[in-house]
Ligand binder design. Sequence first.
Ligand code: MN
Length: 329
Amino acid sequence: MSSPANSLSEIADALRSAQRIAIAAHVRPDGDAVGSVLGLALSLRAMGKTVYALLEDGVPSNLTFLPQTDTVLSPPYAALDIDCAVALDTATHERVGDATKAALGVAPLLLNIDHHGTNPGYGHLNHVDSSQPAVGQIVYELLKTGGFPLTNEVLQHLFTALSTDTGSFQFSCTTARSHEIAAEMMRAGLDTAWLAQKLYQTYPARRLALMRSMLNEMQFRAEGRVVSWNLTQKLMQEVSMEAGDTEGIIDTLRMIDSVISAVIFEELPDGKIRVSSRSKDSRLDVSAICGQFGGGGHRMAAGARMKGPIEAAAETFLNALEHEVRRLA
Ligand SMILES: [Mn+2]
């Protein structure tokens, strides 16, 4: 567990002093990345600041229903005149993406706010708290600490961040405070049922087509304790997959009763293989296994990038995973 080096009030003071701010999160953004970036951006905009929201890969299609997602910038960026840069939910500085890292680099001050325990603290000010289930939860506390605006649009984004990173308040990372924050948001007038419907009950047919293939093709190992699936470029093209279509799809594998670890291998356009892994047993640390391949993340949810081809990458990773699973007896 890393401890936060700078307090939320120090971070709030830095943001209050800044006037032109760029905020970014990791490549291939998820709900926590998009929700944290726009939650913070919209609050600071409501204070009259000029705020650029940067996402190297844009907003995935499943989240474009959220307010002001059309204000998110993606490369190529115009030169930004900023006095403060913020990286959210980004375990290493490089994970914001090359163009975004360069855009943030012109600011004299970099704030690093994250909940990945592996974050080395690459900012001038760092608030890394691995006890927090979502960066959206940290940003909510930050806005309260600073007395910054919590408009309905801000809350929509922060609820999305909190809800998606906790698996709708189901994962073990969920804290009592997560529920209290959701309650505070409801009392402030947030329509959480509407958001939950948009987030979890509204899917394009493409996602179901991908899921059909996943259920047909999933492979078991270690007496059913490990399940995996290879998501190929061929299938992505067949279903015209868009970013966001597979968000959370791994949870369907994870919910199989015998499974303690689920893994999806995804063929990237550059031929590299993206590994997404989940653990359902606190004794099994998937971030350590991903670490063997240059990746990382959280104990129960982690990722890595490997060399292709996909079958070879899967075999190598699954052998390492199976080794750890068998040690649990
Ligand atoms: Mn996160």
